[in-house]
Design a protein. Structure first.
Length: 382
């Protein structure tokens, strides 16, 4: 399951737009539904009150003379109103005088007159109005109206609202796909450029400017950062090239003087070495070892400078052969130290053969130099 924070910016903007539209539409639908219900209830109570007052006025004489049939005949006029479940006229004592029952009446008429006015229940509206003759109350008329029409109207309104909501969301989805592009596309372009720079280290990339808003400021800052990095990378590359060139020239030029020092020290040792005392021989050995170490350092520096100059020369290398070459170069050191070198088969690797030989030679040479008083034992295996 994709987390919300992992969603692409286009989808998140679309969801935000759709969610906002949905909330606004639902609030508007709820307010309209509430208004419709209240307006329907108010209209229904007003109409039912008019019916009761009209019937009460027409029934004044019949009720005063106790003409039940005349009152009942008047109540049958309510059959033209399908929402009326029934009606009842009470006399002055509160006793039922005449009744009317609708064709689909589900509620029994009240046994006693209630307080004047209208009263809403869950499924019906009850109206109680006085019947007055010569300023004297001679009875009460009650009308029961069912609320099926209101619930049907609410159901129709809800169905239409659902259709409107679905159509609005579909339209919002289509519009948001186009409207969010001015915001999402510059951000996506910025993210793609950052990903390309990180993967390819291509600092020449630039993101097109989009204006002077916040995204434009971010784009300009990103491009400025790339310019700065590109300039520093170029400067660093020039500096490295100059340093490699200097190291190569210095190492190459120092080889000959150091070689001459080593050669003349060897000649001097052969000429007058037998006349040296122990202290002089020790000093001479220090000088000879120093010259050898200096030559080794210069060769290492020269090899290092050639890495950048020669480029990538990696290829499959026979490590056993490379080790044999390294041990051949160290024959004198092995003999002088009295070391025992044992080896096992080594695998083939991908790399620069010259550098691998140098690496193995340095490892064995360090093992021969840094030892205790006893002859060293060097074991080489993979």
């Amino acid at each position: 399951m994709i987390r919300r924070d992992d969603l692409p910016i286009q989808r998140r903007l679309t969801l935000v737009i759709l969610a906002t539209c949905s909330v606004v539409l639902l609030i508007a639908i709820a307010l309209l539904a509430t208004f419709e219900i209240l307006d329907y209830r108010r209209s229904l109570a007003r109409d039912a009150t008019l019916w009761a007052d009209l019937l009460g006025t027409n029934a004044q004489a019949a009720l005063a003379f106790g003409d039940k049939e005349a009152v009942t005949s008047l109540l049958t006029a309510l059959r033209n109103e399908p929402s009326v479940d029934g009606a009842r006229v009470f006399d002055a004592t509160g006793a039922a005088f005449a009744d009317y029952a609708g064709t689909q009446a589900l509620l029994a008429p009240p046994t006693l007159p209630g307080a004047d006015g209208h009263h809403f229940g869950d499924s019906h509206l009850a109206i109680f109005r006085p019947v007055v003759l010569d300023a004297k109350r001679i009875g009460t008329i009650s009308i029961q109206v069912n609320l099926a029409g209101m619930y049907q109207r609410v159901w129709i309104f809800g169905s239409v609202s659902v259709v409107v909501l679905l159509v609005s969301l579909l339209l919002g989805l289509v519009l948001s796909t186009h409207l969010q592009r001015p915001i999402s596309e510059p951000i996506v372009a910025l993210a793609d450029a950052a990903r390309a720079v990180a993967q390819r280290r291509d600092y020449t990339l630039r993101v097109p400017a989009v204006g002077r808003n916040e995204i434009g400021v971010l784009t300009d800052a990103f491009n400025h950062m790339l310019v700065t990095i590109e300039e520093r990378a170029a400067e660093l590359q020039r500096s490295n090239q100059e340093l490699e060139q200097f190291a190569y020239i210095a190492a190459h030029d120092l080889q000959e003087p150091v070689r001459m020092i080593s050669s003349y020290l060897q000649l001097l040792e052969r000429r007058v070495g037998t006349h040296f005392d122990e202290r002089a021989k020790q000093y001479f050995a220090y000088a000879s070892n120093g010259a050898d170490r200096m030559g080794e350092m210069i060769r290492s520096l020269l090899d290092y400078s050639r890495i950048g100059r020669d480029g990538d020369r990696r290829e499959p290398v026979d490590t056993d052969k490379a080790l044999s070459d390294a041990l051949d170069n160290l024959q004198l050191e092995v003999k002088r130290s009295g070391a025992t070198v044992s080896r096992r088969p080594l695998p083939r690797v991908v790399g620069d053969e010259t550098q691998i030989i140098r690496l193995l030679q340095n490892l064995v040479s360090n093992a021969l130099k840094f030892k205790a008083t006893a002859p060293p034992q060097v074991r080489i295996s993979s």
